[in-house]
Each structure stands twice: as structure tokens, then as C-alpha cells.
Design a protein around this ligand. Sequence first.
Ligand SMILES: C[S@@+](CC[C@H](N)C(=O)[O-])C[C@H]1O[C@@H](n2cnc3c(N)ncnc32)[C@H](O)[C@@H]1O
Length: 322
Amino acid sequence: MGNFKNELKSMFTEHWKYLAVAAACKVRLFDKIYEGQNTLEMLSDSNMWNKLTLMQLLNFLNHEGYIHFDNKLTFYLTEKGDLLRESNSDGLFYACLNWADEHLNAWQNIHYSIITGKSSFELLYQKPFFEFLNDDSEKLRNYHLAMSQYAIDDYRELPETIDFSIHKSVMDVGGGLGIAIQLIKTKYPDTDCLLFDLEEVLKGVKSEFVKKVPGNFFIKIPDIAEAIILSRVIHDWDDDKAAVIISNCHIALPQGGILYVIENCSDHIEVDLSLLSLNMAALCQSYERSSSAYIQICINAGFTYHSHKKLNQLQTVLIFQK
Ligand SMILES: C[S@@+](CC[C@H](N)C(=O)[O-])C[C@H]1O[C@@H](n2cnc3c(N)ncnc32)[C@H](O)[C@@H]1O
């Protein structure tokens, strides 16, 4: 009984840790220490921050291994803290901030989603999640940089896992800033690589190697590729909307064309997906599915299920043929 009480009391304030780290990111604390503002005086004087509360934050970051102090009270970033610099191109600064602000507000109201099955994000912001993002260029940019920071790690093995050389052309639909398709292009330079996403999103893509195809997958996906990748897209949508996207992929592919659906399939992993699924409910009124649920949506649209391959600890590639 005593143990459970202690466990619960710790759990009630567990989110303080993330919020303190996110606050440090918001004020670019890790960047400032890296750039040489590495004493309490320098940080508080240059930025006009309160010394007492700043020192409390620094003590927490030291305790949790983000920074360390030397005996003259000069601060240094640890390897972990260095990942939270905005200027670290291999870091997780945007990934960290992704879960703050509107995202957190949606979670604060998740009881609404549990009661109604509807998105608490939409209740608060009066727009579906992706519409909200597309109406604010800075939030859109930050979201896609966050997705890319995850994608760099998650899609590293994708070109090894799937032999894309069998296709003359591959289009990543809802491919964001194009991390996955660029990795494919690097390994398969002879394959024509296309990146399909909303026009506002593609404005942020610099790559000369992949062809950008702006559009809306609820309206039409152009019939210009032998294979389509849909990664982390279907989990954003409820069953009706998911069916429209898959059906538009079916229309776009030639006979014999291949569809790769990459998702966290609850039956292929050890990790419990219930919190991620609640997150999808709050944000997008959607949920994490099992492989059989994804397979059923694709079969209903006219695809034949071929096979699956494990991509990483979380994601599975489900392979379908038209
Ligand atoms: C969760 S992100 C996944 C991005 C990328 N595939 C990845 O795995 O990192 C969903 C993507 O769907 C795109 N998207 C949302 N609505 C769309 C629409 N109506 N038409 C085309 N793309 C859309 C978003 O811009 C975003 O890039």
C-alpha cells in the first residue's frame, strides 16, 4: 500500500520534468550555454532572467544529467543536453517542443475526447489539427522539423529493409519534409523519387534530388508513380477518412503497383500503444491500429495484401499490390 502511494505521488508530478526541459528549450538555454553564456551571472545579466528561478532550473538540469557544473560554477552541456540545442542539426530541439503548447492543451482536455470520441484539439482551436498547422507558417515549420527529427532515426533502415530498385518510381505521400524519400534516393539513385504533400509543407523542402508534388490526398493523388509509401499518415485519420486516402492511392497506382503502409502495428510490437492512441484521439480523432485493421482498410479499397517487414522497434511496413 505504502509503495503504491509513493508510486502515485511521484507519477502525479512526472510531467514537471518534461515541462522544465521544454522551458529550457523555449528560452534557448542549451544554445546559450553552448555559445559561452555559461555562468549564472552571464545568463541572467545578458537575458534579464531571474537569478533565483534560473538557478533552480540549472540545478534540475544538472541533477538530471543535461548539464554539469565545474567547481567555479561554470556550466557545460552533457551529451544529452547537447541534443536539445536548436543549432544541433542531429538533435531533438523541435521534437521536444512539439509536445508543448497546443499539444499539451489538447491533453489537458482529453477527458472530452474520452467522453465524446472527438478531438479535444479541435474543441479548443476550432479547426482540425493539420488545418490549424497550415494556417500558421511558424507552427507548420516547427511541426515538420519535429517530424523530421524523428524521421531521421526511424527511417534510417528503410532503404535496406525494402528493395526499392524494383520500382522505376516511388512517391512518398504525406512525406513531410522528405527525410524518408531522400534516404531512398541516396541508396537508389536510378529510382525516380517523388514527394507528395500539401503545398504549404513542400515550400519548406530544399532537396534538388526529389521531385516535389503538391496536392491534397483527399482530393487526388496523381498517377505518376509505380509505388506509393504512406508512412505515419493513416494513423492520423478516422476509418472513413483513412478509406478515402487508401482509395485515392489505389486510383493513382498502375495495375500491379505497390503500396507500402508504414505504421506502428499494435500486434507486431511489445510496446503498449494505448497512450499514443489517446494522443491521436485528442489531436486528430483517430487511433493506433493493429496490422489486421490496416490490412482490412486496404483490402476494402481493392488492394491485395502481400507481406510485411519489421522496420524498427515500433514500425512495420505492410506491403500491398493493386
Ligand atoms: C504525421 S505526418 C507524417 C510525415 C512523414 N510521413 C513521417 O513519417 O515523418 C502526416 C503528414 O501528412 C500530411 N498531410 C496532412 N493532410 C494532408 C492532405 N490533405 N494532403 C496531403 N498531405 C497531407 C502532413 O502535412 C504531414 O506531412
